[in-house]
Design a protein around this ligand. Structure first.
Ligand code: SAM
Length: 265
């Protein structure tokens, strides 16, 4: 498929964990926010390299994992992490969020971290996780939040560059507002326990943000010739460098939406 988000992750699987290390911190906060309880069976949708599941494993009690992600290279990295945990049985499936293959009422915990925004049918993905949860099971979601990274959107749009505008449009369309997610959880038959947003000001070397875009956003230009793809990524990098402050650092605003919900028992 042209412009399939999973393609970016196929390309970047090995570098992914370094480049988006802050996703791991978000997963840690999500897992820390789960209600007390035993989560033995974990379904991780858009699991990537398994940040969220590995946090749940570290919390303790996980015995079975189904990980679902269309990117096989991401699943391969995840399998490597799980290999250090012989007490955990894993079934990692190269498929999309709407076809997890998990049995009805299978999961004690369903997770989706920094992936819902890439799924073409977000409500259907949430309904699929709700279906796979057992009554009393818990859903945890982490996603980009409302008005995420607007300073970057603004400087990209100000250039008038049509190809770079695809990145700005993608940042905006990836937003998952708290109110939308709360309603979608209810529509899927779940009871929201807590849905909230966190805003953080990030100060980073401009190349670090450009490297991050190279890891997660290359699919936006997948329909262009290779040379044009390289050119637009180079323009994005130059733009971030030019927008750095006198200290050489780039400032942006990172907003994340978190949700914890329960399937009624
Ligand atoms: C930013 S990564 C997040 C991975 C991981 N959950 C984490 O927290 O680091 C987004 C993941 O969503 C996956 N993805 C893209 N489209 C998807 C879809 N339709 N269904 C399920 N996963 C999808 C990508 O392949 C990628 O691994």
């Amino acid at each position: 498929m042209v412009n399939d988000p999973a393609e970016s992750f196929d390309r970047s699987a090995l570098a992914y964990e370094e480049l988006v290390a802050l996703n791991r911190a978000g997963s840690r906060r999500l897992i820390a926010a789960l209600p007390d309880g035993e989560y033995r069976r974990v379904l991780d949708v858009g699991c990537g390299t398994g940040f969220a599941t590995m946090q749940a494993v570290a919390r303790g009690g996980v015995t079975e994992v189904i990980g679902v992600d269309p990117s096989q290279p991401m699943l391969d990295v995840f399998a490597g992490h799980l290999s250090g945990h012989p007490g955990v049985t894993a079934d990692l499936r190269a498929t999309d969020a709407e076809h997890t293959g998990a049995a009805d009422d299978w999961a004690d915990l369903a997770l989706s971290t920094m992936a819902l925004h890439w799924m073409p049918e977000r409500p259907a993905a949430i309904r699929e996780m709700a279906r796979a949860l057992r009554p009393g099971g818990v859903l945890g979601i982490l996603a980009p939040g409302e008005a995420h990274d607007r300073p970057t959107v603004d400087i990209i749009r100000a250039t008038g560059d049509a190809q770079m505008a695809r990145l700005a449009d993608s940042i905006v369309s990836n937003e998952i507002p708290v109110a939308w997610l709360t309603a979608a959880l209810r529509d899927a038959g779940l009871e929201p326990v807590d849905v909230w947003a966190e805003t953080r000001e990030r100060v980073v070397p401009p190349d670090a943000l450009a490297d991050r875009m190279d890891a997660v956003a290359t699919h936006l230009w997948a329909d262009l010739p290779d040379e044009d793809q390289r050119d637009v990524l180079a323009r994005v990098r130059a733009l971030f460098r030019g927008a750095a402050g006198p200290d050489g650092m780039y400032r942006y605003r990172f907003v994340k939406t978190f949700a914890v919900a329960v399937k009624p028992g």
